[in-house]
Ligand binder design. Structure first.
Ligand code: PLP
Length: 437
């Protein structure tokens, strides 16, 4: 590995320590931007991250489900290099280019539903969600958006309103956008194990009584919740909501920003139950780490918006589009959906073995390479965020990068790059196993 170095004013070469970087950060970077670990990255690839001091971390985060094809995936690097030498930005709204069109063609073909589709490209997941709401409102002429308990949809003003959790996402950042209504999520561990159909009936009754179906533009849902705790709804919940939305003329929007691009063992999580959303929001895993997002969906909804009504300066930037095309090719070539299923099998077996001996684990859940454990005080459903933080800290100290999530901060989640090697996966799981004690 190349030694991490920085040049001092005198021209002598010195190591840049994490401590030194931490000091500079404190003086330069706003405190509101946090980090999971205090190490600074030098390079990353496969399932490993190397910090500036040469320490190695097994990566169970993938930059929050972004580096599905791995960091600096060879095809992505090649495509980005080639594009950056041709042109870097003309703005698709000013002077268009092929790669934007090609990404839209790919998304239209890959997302669930055999109907005619269109796509529009943006920069971030939050921006995609905002645009999905704009499109649904415009196409239906209705104002209301229905979201769920524990939902996470972003940090902009509208998406903060759509997101459930106050701390840290919303606290003192209001007032928030209006016409957002929240209904209960199917959460088998915490709703008494309601069937998907029964949980959907509860949510639908609340919508009909409190909002009125004819006022609802969009029903927005993560097929498996991300930041909210990797909550997997009971079988039948999504199909029942899909059916109701069709009957009520409500646009069914699947937020697949975290679940998409092979993460759950299918290209998209909705495919598991054969649910075909009207609109899908995409980001995170789409472009191998470059900032890109999309709304893909029914042509008649997408094309309802007047010319010039959708866009943004950087949306569908040519370098990000080149990266997306290379990432999608990599997912096909390496069959990363199958890789996610394999990771899920190995990791799931290990997590269930840990859960069998550790009464703090109330549930192992998730799908494919999107797995989590929820920690409680033994024998109860009382969340235990302290134990979660302690296990997490033990993982970090031993060289495994894990993330937490959940409304109660009591869920440890695992999102390895889908190209992680068997050896890296096994070493990561050994660290995790030891961290539970
Ligand atoms: C991360 C995420 C978002 C927001 O994406 P950003 O790119 O951070 O704006 C929205 N929805 C879901 C489900 C997410 O996981």
């Amino acid at each position: 590995m190349r030694a991490p170095q920085s040049r001092t004013k005198e021209g002598t070469v010195t190591m840049t320590s994490s401590e030194e970087l931490h000091k500079r950060r404190g003086a330069a970077v706003a405190r509101g931007v946090g980090s999971t670990i205090s190490a600074y990255v030098e390079r990353a690839g496969g399932g490993t991250i190397v910090d500036v001091e040469g320490r190695e971390w097994i990566d169970f985060a993938a930059g929050i489900a972004v580096a599905n094809v791995g960091n600096s995936a060879p095809r992505v690097v090649e495509a980005v290099k080639a594009q950056v030498e041709r042109f870097t930005h003309t703005c698709f709204m000013v002077a268009p280019y092929e790669s934007y069109v090609a990404v839209c063609e790919q998304l239209n073909a890959l997302t669930p539903g055999s109907f005619e589709k269109r796509s529009a490209l943006f920069n971030s997941g939050a921006e995609a969600v905002e645009n999905a709401v704009k499109i649904a409102r415009h196409a239906t002429g209705r104002p209301a958006v229905v979201v769920f308990d524990h939902a996470y949809h972003g940090r902009t003003n509208l998406t903060m309103a759509l997101t459930a959790k106050n701390m840290p996402y919303k606290h003192r950042f209001g007032p928030f956008a209006g016409e957002v209504y929240r209904v209960p999520m199917s959460y088998p561990l915490r709703d008494g194990g309601l069937s998907g159909a029964a949980a959907a009936a509860t949510a639908i009754e609340m919508i009909e009584k409190q909002v009125g179906a004819e006022n609802v533009a969009a029903l927005l849902i993560e097929p498996i919740q991300g930041e909210g705790g990797f909550v997997v709804p009971a079988e039948g919940f999504l199909p029942a909501l899909r059916e109701w939305a069709t009957a009520a003329g409500v646009v069914f929007v699947a937020d697949e920003i975290q679940t998409g691009f092979c993460r759950t063992g299918d290209w998209f999580a909705c495919q598991h139950e054969g649910v075909e959303p009207d609109l899908v929001t995409l980001a995170k895993g789409i472009a191998g780490g470059l900032p890109l997002a999309a709304v893909t969906g029914r042509a008649e909804l997408m094309d309802a918006v007047h010319v010039g009504g959708l866009g943004g300066t950087y949306g569908g930037n040519p370098i990000a589009c080149a990266a997306a095309l290379a990432s999608i090719e990599t997912m096909h070539e390496l069959d990363l959906a199958a890789a996610a299923r394999r990771i899920g099998q190995v990791m799931g077996d290990r997590l269930r073995a840990i859960a069998a001996r550790d009464p703090r684990i109330a549930e192992v859940r998730g799908r494919g390479a999107m797995l989590a454990v929820e920690l409680v005080q033994p024998g109860t459903l009382t969340p235990d965020p302290a134990a979660t933080a302690a296990v997490s800290a033990a993982c970090h100290a031993a060289g495994l990068l894990t993330l937490t999530c959940g409304t109660y901060g009591n869920v440890l989640r695992f999102l390895p790059p889908l190209v992680i090697s068997d050896d890296e996966l096994a070493r990561g799981l050994d660290i995790l196993d030891a961290a539970f004690g």
